[in-house]
Design a protein around this ligand. Structure first.
Ligand code: PXP
Length: 240
């Protein structure tokens, strides 16, 4: 299982003072040197954390599997076509939200989503859709031409503990549907040391994307230690 580290919140901290540090590009380099398998960044329409130059520099300077999280807009598709990251994850984006609040509404997304996927595929980018663990959404992702899905783990990871088993069961079932649709299956949102294990144990899920917890806990532990600990929990639950 790959661990893609989302460095958006290094930029959040930098932007709090409007200066140059901490630098998300340096963070991405350190993550890769510390055992991360890839880097994720979300360039939002309002540029509240990652800025264009961060994405451009990570793309140019950090050898990694770069996963560019983006809304399905002309501006972002054009950026992806220019930078050609290895992967793009299309997410819904609302101006007022604190973070991505749910999966894409693939059934009512409108014609531009299919065009965006087609253009990203044509640029040689692996395109995934961030969706709820729901069979109909997974089939729709396949029909839209995506090669991968990222299952939203927020309800599982952040919901009340007594609902966790039921939410996990939805993710297990969804990973099975993704396999039958021959889609690569990723997962992410809200994962921590405590919640990543059961997700790592699902063999059909090949990548997790983790940001806020890793960057937050690295204030206390340091990025290399936090990444090493997360990788070790993933490996233990993967049976290796
Ligand atoms: N995957 C997607 C699609 C996301 O939008 C986010 C949040 O930016 C993540 C994964 C990572 O979530 P978190 O920061 O809670 O680990």
């Amino acid at each position: 299982m790959r661990l893609s580290v989302n460095v958006d919140h290094v930029a959040t901290l930098r932007n709090a003072r409007g200066g140059h540090f901490p630098c998300p590009v340096e963070a991405a380099k350190l993550c890769m040197a510390s055992g991360a398998d890839g880097i994720t960044v979300h360039l939002r329409e309002d540029r509240r954390h990652i800025r264009d130059h961060d994405l451009e520099r990570i793309s140019a300077e950090v050898p990694c599997r770069l996963n560019f999280e983006m809304a399905a807009t002309e501006e972002m598709v054009a950026m992806a076509e220019r930078l050609r990251p290895q992967a793009c994850c299309i997410v819904p984006e609302k101006r007022a939200e604190l973070t991505t609040e749910g999966g894409l509404d693939v059934h009512n997304a409108g014609p531009f989503l299919a065009e965006a996927i087609a253009r990203l595929n044509a640029a040689g980018i692996e395109t995934s859709l961030f969706i709820e663990p729901d069979a109909a959404a997974i089939s729709a992702a396949r029909q839209l031409g995506a090669q991968a899905i990222e299952l939203h783990t927020g309800t599982y990871a952040e919901g009340p503990p007594h609902q966790r088993a039921a939410q996990l069961a939805r993710i297990v079932a969804a990973a099975g549907v993704a396999a039958s649709e021959r889609l690569h299956c990723h997962a992410g949102h809200g994962l921590t040391y405590d919640t990543v294990g059961p997700i790592a144990a699902i063999s059909g899920i090949i990548e997790v994307s983790i940001g806020h917890f890793l960057i937050s806990t690295s204030v206390f532990e340091g990025l290399p230690a936090a990444i090493a600990r997360m990788k070790s929990i993933i490996a233990q639950n993967r049976g290796g």
